[in-house]
Design a protein around this ligand. Structure first.
Ligand code: C2E
Ligand code: MG
Ligand code: MG
Length: 742
């Protein structure tokens, strides 16, 4: 609504305005010529009048300019006289009170407009207490002090500021703050109802100005207790406020991590987001506090797990490497030496298989604990893989100091472990590499200690061995053998040679033992002792075993019906678990009757005594396959194994046959094995018979069967037919039992 110029105004179609009260001055009457005095006086009057008119016109102009100026203001403005009567108001004022503007008129009293407004229900706050509200309003009007807010019936909120003017009148300002109020309300809702704990702090000293319900609940302080604190009181370590050093923009600030103390004294980790704002006219900071205690804990746990072995809690290989390298760097300054030990548990696999993984795990934990307990804090113990640990000890003067440590470690491990009420024992073997001589980084030292361990395992289990420079070359040649063996198995180069088994009563060949041979293009015939252990360690034994079994069965199928074939089986083949189907396939393919196949197994297999292995052995026997115990007497409790499975044959290890004629102890042992065999109804076969004297002794003790160079060396299949023919020819003559000597 634009102001209407008074001279153009005909009829007021708007609220009356203050300017309407200023009327143009009426023109003065003209004077006669006959009275000069009167004329002069009249002239003077006229001039005075003209001056007055000019002054009035000027005042009117000024008034109009004022009206125009106040109309431009964004706030509503009203001038009242000392009685509270309207003098002047602007367009915005009339707009704000649009519902009451019909009441505005120069000289009208504001209190009357208020009264009418109350009666019309314009002021919802007055509802029910109209007189009281009006009295309060007038009190504020005539004795203004600061600002107050007023609600209008259409939902708007008006900020009112009134002041007394110099002439005792009143000037009043009106600002429509509806939007601001709505924003404040949404902020309050967002703040109070937010599930994220929030705190508003004074920007200068960090005093808590407000907290939301989530913060009260999360910290455990009451709201009043909270509001007596400073943010610094909540912080566990930091003394500066979370917004220290920040500018004052209202941009939300990225979180940093803080530790706070709760009312109950517990510490929490927080990511704090801050935003600068004004709170109750005061520079303040709104803090949103994200509790990341759980996440931090999980992260720490993950970091620990990544660097530690879950079972024993010991450092893993990667952490070991890192710590060892750090130690090496420190060591470079002095002349001291450092020992890197790799400790392997002996026969851990069989404990796992026979007593179960639960026991195995507890044993490993026990070993880890014992190792840790006898070392100094600064020494490192780590778990490298299933049954290997590494120990790093610095500050040694001589390599021999490592030997002393090894002895203590071996002794500590050897004491029995009480697990589930039973006592379990385990031995260990250690390989040693010394820094700086055997390597200057963790990886190299571990590799060399590992090589020393492999050597110690093959030579002196249960003890320790130092790395020597030649080991590297040996390990390399071993890797070469491994590659070549893999290739040889793939190309089916390996072949069985056959060594006869002789019945000592009839002197006839009862069967042949298949012994694997590897014809190597450069090295000639390689004996199994050189590659079977490698095949077992690398898993190549499965393919090798399958191939031997097939060839032996198909060769034997072409031999006379009464001649059997014996095939050696590695314990590892049983662990893979497919021996039964392997045997059935070989028999089926070759057409060899099961009764003509013997499988030779060693004590280590029976040692495992696992239900699965025994079930396979029983199933094989049920097929008609015969099961022999090979190398009898070399294990340390051979006799007890005989109880666990009804073997068809026992093969006495050649170490008992050597010098049998001269060695009374050996004779006594063979004698008792023979009588044991008779008692159990099991065939007893002597291995490695080389001399007539040994043969005589065996006969005298009543041994059933023999095998050895005295009769024949292992030969290729092509020669076996000839050998059997020779037997048939000799059958006409008296059996000497030695007919087949090569
Ligand atoms: P074993 O099963 O006890 O085989 C007997 C070993 O004694 C054979 O050694 C044989 O050549 C040797 N021998 C036989 N008579 C005499 C003798 O009068 N004097 C001496 N000094 N030795 C004699 P070989 O062929 O070197 O085999 C060694 C071991 O390798 C075998 O011991 C067996 O455990 C293993 N082996 C051989 N072939 C296979 C196979 O196909 N599979 C598996 N898993 N192991 C095999
Ligand atoms: Mg054998
Ligand atoms: Mg043997």
């Amino acid at each position: 609504m634009r102001p209407v110029r008074p001279n153009k105004a005909k009829k007021l179609d708007r609220a009356p305005r203050a300017r309407d009260s200023i009327r143009p001055v009426r023109p003065a009457p003209k004077l006669g010529r006959h009275n000069q005095c009167a004329t002069d006086a009249a002239a003077e009057v006229a001039s005075t009048r003209a001056e007055a008119e000019a002054a009035i016109a000027e005042a009117k102009k000024a008034h109009d300019r004022l009206v125009e100026a106040i109309d431009l203001l964004p706030e509503g403005i009203v001038f009242l006289d000392s009685d509270g009567r309207y003098i002047l108001w602007n367009k915005k004022y009339a707009e704000i009170y649009n519902r009451s503007s019909d009441l505005f008129a120069s000289g009208a009293r504001l209190q009357d407009t208020i009264r009418v407004g109350v009666a019309r229900g314009e002021y919802p706050e007055a509802a029910g207490r109209e007189e009281e509200w009006i009295a309060e309003r007038l009190e504020k009007l005539f004795h203004p002090s600061g600002r107050h807010e007023q609600k209008l019936s259409d939902g708007r909120t008006i900020l009112i500021e009134e002041r007394l003017t110099g002439d005792g009148g009143i000037v009043g300002l009106r600002v429509d703050i509806t939007e601001l109020k709505q924003r404040e309300e949404s902020f309050r809702l967002l703040f109070d109802g937010n599930p994220v704990p929030m705190i508003v702090c004074a920007r200068d000293n960090g005093r808590v100005l407000g907290v939301n319900a989530a913060a009260v609940q999360h910290y455990g302080y009451s709201r009043t207790a909270f509001e007596r604190l400073s943010i610094r009181n909540l912080q566990a370590y930091e003394s500066e406020t979370p917004w220290a050093g920040e500018g004052q923009s209202s941009e939300e600030k990225a979180a940093r991590t803080w530790k706070h103390v709760r009312a109950d004294g517990t510490l929490i980790d927080l990511a704090i987001y801050s935003r600068h704002l004004v709170h109750n006219d005061q520079p303040a900071v709104l803090l949103a506090l994200m509790d990341i205690t759980e996440r931090k804990r999980a992260e720490a746990r993950l970091a620990f797990l990544a660097q530690h072995d879950a079972l024993t809690g010991l450092p893993s290989r990667s952490l070991l490497r890192q710590q060892t390298d750090d130690k090496l760097i420190q060591m470079r300054r002095g002349s001291e030496k450092m020992a890197v030990l790799v400790l392997g548990l002996d026969n851990f696999k069989s404990i796992n298989d026979t007593l179960g993984h639960g026991v195995g795990d507890r044993l490993l934990r026990g070993v880890g604990k014992r190792l840790r307990s006898i070392l100094r804090q600064e020494d490192i113990v780590a778990r490298l893989n299933s049954d290997e640990f590494a120990i790093v000890q610095g500050g040694l003067a001589r390599p021999e100091d490592a030997a002393q440590l090894c002895r203590r470690l071996l002794q500590a491990i050897a004491d029995p472990y009480l697990i589930d009420g039973s006592s379990v024992t385990i031995g260990a073997t250690i390989g040693i590499a010394m820094a700086p001589n055997d390597g200057d980084d963790a990886e190299k030292l571990l590799k060399n200690a590992d090589m020393a361990l492999s050597r110690a395992k093959t030579e002196t289990r249960g003890s320790f061995s130092y790395f020597e420079s030649g080991m590297d070359a040996r390990a390399q040649s071993r890797r070469k053998i491994e590659t070549e063996l893999r290739d040889a198995i793939q190309r089916d180069v390996l072949q069985p040679h056959y060594q006869p088994l002789i019945d000592l009563v009839t002197g006839r060949i009862t069967g042949f033992e298949a012994l694997v041979r590897w014809p190597h293009p450069e090295r000639g015939m390689i004996p199994p002792s050189e590659f079977i252990p490698i095949a077992e360690e690398t898993g190549l034994i499965s393919g090798l075993g399958r191939s031997m079994l097939r060839q032996a069965c198909s060769d034997a199928a072409k031999w006379p019906d009464e001649v059997r074939v014996a095939v050696n089986m590695s314990p590892l083949q049983f662990r893979v678990g497919n021996v039964l189907s392997l045997v059935m396939d070989a028999l089926k393919q070759s057409g060899l009757p099961a009764s003509r196949l013997e499988l030779e197994i060693t004590e280590t297999l029976v040692l495992e005594k696992s239900g699965q292995v025994l079930a396979t052995l029983h199933a094989l026997r049920a097929l008609g396959v015969r099961i022999s115990m090979d190398d009898f007497g070399t294990g340390y409790s051979s006799l007890s194994y005989l109880r666990s499975f009804p073997f068809d044959k026992i093969k006495v290890d050649q170490s008992f046959i050597r010098d049998l004629a001269a060695n009374r102890e050996a004779q006594a042992i063979v004698r008792s094995i023979v009588s044991l065999g008779k008692g159990l109804g099991v065939t007893i076969t002597a291995e490695g018979v080389e001399t007539e004297a040994e043969l005589r002794c065996l006969r005298a003790e009543g041994c059933h069967e023999a095998q050895g160079y005295l009769f024949s060396r292992p030969r290729p299949n092509a020669e076996i037919v000839g050998l059997l023919q020779a037997q048939r020819d000799a059958a006409d003559g008296a059996p000497s039992g030695k007919a087949m000597v090569a």
